[in-house]
Each structure stands twice: as structure tokens, then as C-alpha cells.
Design a protein around this ligand. Structure first.
Ligand SMILES: Cc1cc2nc3c(=O)[nH]c(=O)nc-3n(C[C@H](O)[C@H](O)[C@H](O)COP(=O)(O)O)c2cc1C
Length: 219
């Protein structure tokens, strides 16, 4: 799949099929993601793959009761061994270590999309409690959880703001609206935005991923 297409098609999935996911499949998503960049190539990321139902329930509890997580056949807990970064980069290493984990998480979600899988990044949890559920040592921090599985439906398209509101040139706050700066400053009208969302919806329908999440969440 072409990269732009994968990026477009990745949508948070909170509605999984009751279908198992083999360790080999999870390993495939992780294996290529290892090639993500990391500060000084320290690769301070570690993964705890959780399939056990009781553990998934405990984790969902610690994620403020996000019960939909239990239906995912696996939860990948992204762990950060910060000291591997701070050893090399002193106090700057702490920030780097979190950035490295965030980057590999993105790679995992994109590779999973490429494999026809659904993922949801979960960050709303109490680190200490997740540590306790999984016996994670005190010097390792769980940074995020990726729910992964076969998607039943994907989330509704979430709006993305126009880049012109997020991009400056040469210094903070300096906007440029010249023709040359397209597409960054190209105004995107409501009609264009709607058309692009309709294309996304059509693509998802074509790939058989009907969006039932909203109804499911309403129940
Ligand atoms: C760091 C991070 C933490 C997130 N935490 C949660 C979470 O705890 N629960 C949840 O349902 N979604 C969570 N999300 C998913 C976002 O809500 C979602 O990515 C965003 O609304 C954009 O939608 P999209 O992923 O479908 O494009 C998280 C995403 C990120 C990147």
C-alpha cells in the first residue's frame, strides 16, 4: 500500500472482531517498526503483549474504564526504559526517551493499517497502576497502550485543521500566503474538506469497514 493511503486509512479502531491475532502477526508489525528512528539509536522501547482476558480487563479498568479495549485480541504496552537515554543524553534523555516511544508507536499503528488491522492508541491511564498490573519494574515507564486486532469498524473521521493555522515561516507567527507556499497556505474551503471526507468514507466502505462505532458507543 502506498504511504499516503496508509496514513489516510489509519483511523482509531475501538470496535474489534472476536478473532484472534497470532503472535506472528503482532511480531510482523513490531519487527518492521524497529527501524523507527531513536535518539542516538538507543531503542529504549520495550513491549509487553497482553492477551490474557483478566489482564486486559484490569488494564481497561486502569484506563478509566475504557471497556472496549477488552475486545481487542491483544494490547501492546509500550514501555520506556528511560535510563538508556539519560545515560547517553543526561537530562535531555528523558524527553528523548518519550519521543522515541511515541515514534515507534506511530510506526506500529501504520504497519498494522498496512496489514489490514485496526489499532487504537491509548494514553489515558495511571502509569503506576499499569505498572502493577504487569509487574513492570520501577525504572520502566509504560508510555502508551496500543489495542490491536481485526477491525469491525473504525472511528468516524476526525477533522484535521488546515495546515495554514499550524504553520509559520522563518519565525513563530509569521504566515505567508503567496502562491508559492501552496499547499500550506492554500485555503481549503468547506466544500473541499467535505469532498475529501466523503472520499475517505467511500474508501473505508470499499474496504468493508463499516463505521458502527458511533452506534456501539451510543448503546
Ligand atoms: C497519545 C495518544 C493518546 C490517546 N489516548 C486515547 C485514549 O486514552 N482513549 C481513546 O479512546 N483514544 C485515545 N487516543 C486516540 C485519539 O482520540 C485519536 O487518535 C484522535 O481522536 C484522532 O482520531 P484518529 O486516530 O481516528 O485519526 C489517543 C491518541 C494518542 C495519539
Amino acid at each position: 500500500m502506498e504511504l499516503d493511503k496508509i496514513i489516510h486509512e489509519r483511523r482509531t479502531c475501538r470496535d474489534f472482531k472476536k478473532k484472534d491475532l497470532s503472535t506472528g502477526t503482532i511480531a510482523e508489525a513490531l519487527d518492521i517498526s524497529r527501524f523507527a528512528p531513536s535518539s542516538g539509536n538507543v531503542q529504549n522501547w520495550y513491549f509487553v503483549i497482553v492477551r490474557d482476558n483478566e489482564k486486559k480487563e484490569a488494564l481497561a479498568d486502569e484506563c478509566h474504564g475504557q471497556v472496549w479495549m477488552v475486545d481487542a485480541p491483544a494490547l501492546i504496552v509500550i514501555c520506556n526504559k528511560t535510563e538508556e537515554c539519560t545515560k547517553k543524553f543526561k537530562e535531555k534523555g528523558e524527553k528523548f526517551s518519550i519521543q522515541n516511544c511515541a515514534i515507534i508507536s506511530s510506526y506500529i499503528t501504520l504497519k498494522a493499517t498496512d496489514m489490514g488491522l485496526g489499532t487504537a492508541m491509548v494514553g489515558a491511564f495511571d502509569e503506576e497502576k499499569v505498572r502493577m498490573v504487569l509487574d513492570i519494574p520501577y525504572n520502566v515507564t509504560p508510555e502508551g497502550i496500543i489495542a490491536i486486532g481485526h477491525p469491525n469498524s473504525l472511528d468516524e473521521d476526525q477533522d484535521r485543521e488546515d495546515l495554514k493555522y499550524h504553520t509559520y515561516f522563518e519565525s513563530w507567527g509569521k504566515k505567508v500566503f503567496g502562491k508559492d507556499s501552496w499547499p500550506i497556505s492554500k485555503p481549503i474551503g468547506k466544500a473541499t474538506k467535505k469532498a475529501s471526507q466523503a472520499t475517505n468514507r467511500a474508501k473505508l466502505k470499499a474496504s468493508g469497514l463499516l463505521r458502527k462505532t458511533k452506534e456501539k458507543l451510543k448503546k
